[in-house]
Structure formats: C-alpha cells, structure tokens
Design a protein around this ligand. Structure first.
Ligand code: COA
Length: 134
C-alpha cells in the first residue's frame, strides 16, 4: 500500500475532546479514495457506492502528521474495491482502517458503465507513452 497523501492535523480538524474529528478524517479518505478510483479507472465520473466498517484504532492530536494509504483489492465490471489505512507518519501507529470501499464507474447517462480495467495501473506505466521522444 502506498501512503501518498499527508495531512497536518490543525485546530479546525479537532473534536471537543481535542483529538482529530472523525468526520474530517472520513472526508479526507473519501476524497483520496475517489481520486484513486478516478485515476485507476481513467474516468472522472466515479461515485462512492459502499463503505464498510470503519475502525478508529487510535486517536490523532493537533500537530500530528498523518498519512493516508489506499490500494485496490478488486476490479469488478463497473466497480472498483479499495482498502484504506491511515497512520501516524512519524510513529507509523495505525489511526484508522477501512476494510472495503466500493466506487462505481458511471457513463455519461449517470448509469454504471464497464470500465475495462483488471489490475492496478502504476504512475510510471500511465505516462509511459507520453515519455516517448521527450
Ligand atoms: C452508484 C449507483 C449508480 C449504482 O447503481 P446500482 O443500481 O446499485 O448499480 P448496479 O446494481 O449495476 O451495481 C453497480 C456495481 O456496484 C456494485 N454494488 C452494488 N451495490 C453494492 C454494495 N452494496 N456493496 C458493494 N458493491 C455494490 C455491484 O456489484 C456492481 O459492481 P460490478 O459491476 O463491478 O459487479 C447508484 O447506487 C447510485 O447512484 N448511488 C448513489 C451514489 C452516491 O451518490 N454516492 C455518494 C456521493 S459520491
């Protein structure tokens, strides 16, 4: 799993207990996962269909740097299934896990459309053709 995105926990992200507000974290995860799905499926019209149990493993505090890791576990006909972990960048301690997030690829009509993808495409492969001759 690649931990591409880092976030700095700021005062506006806290709950009344002084730790990271779950809603802020879920917003970051949904956005990060949606971007991952868009890049993998090559289509901006992708929606969140399903999010499984969310396990808040440990708290995060103001000033912490956290990192979000997402990877694809399954490519369906119109869907992609992802798994997610958030951890403390410095201590590597797990903060949250989401076992399963399903995104659906939509066509211009807003209905599920086959995406034709079967495996993870890495950045170096996505831009391979563009590099020719440059
Ligand atoms: C996404 C949506 C178009 C799918 O419609 P649908 O009638 O469920 O479509 P389908 O039954 O054809 O299923 C589409 C895919 O989702 C999968 N799916 C459907 N329900 C699922 C569920 N509860 N859990 C996991 N996967 C599910 C199906 O297996 C299928 O995947 P596959 O083609 O890879 O096998 C529709 O449910 C919708 O618009 N939901 C709201 C999305 C939204 O607003 N999200 C929040 C904002 S982004």
């Amino acid at each position: 799993m690649n931990f591409h995105t880092r976030k700095w926990v700021k005062p506006e992200d806290l709950n009344p207990n002084g730790t990271l507000f779950g809603g802020s974290l879920l917003r970051w995860i949904d956005e990060e996962a949606a971007i991952y799905a868009i890049v993998q499926l090559g289509n901006q019209r992708v929606v969140t269909k399903y999010i499984s149990e969310i396990n808040f493993v440990s708290a995060s505090r103001q000033g912490d740097i956290i990192e979000l890791g997402i990877t694809a576990t399954e490519f369906g006909r119109t869907s992609i299934t992802l798994t997610c972990e958030v951890r403390n960048k410095i201590t590597r301690k797990s903060i949250l896990t989401v076992e399963k997030m399903v995104f659906v690829n939509l066509g211009e009509d807003g209905l599920p459309a086959p995406h034709g993808r079967t495996e993870i495409k890495y950045v170096k492969d996505q831009f391979k053709d563009d590099d020719v001759g440059s």
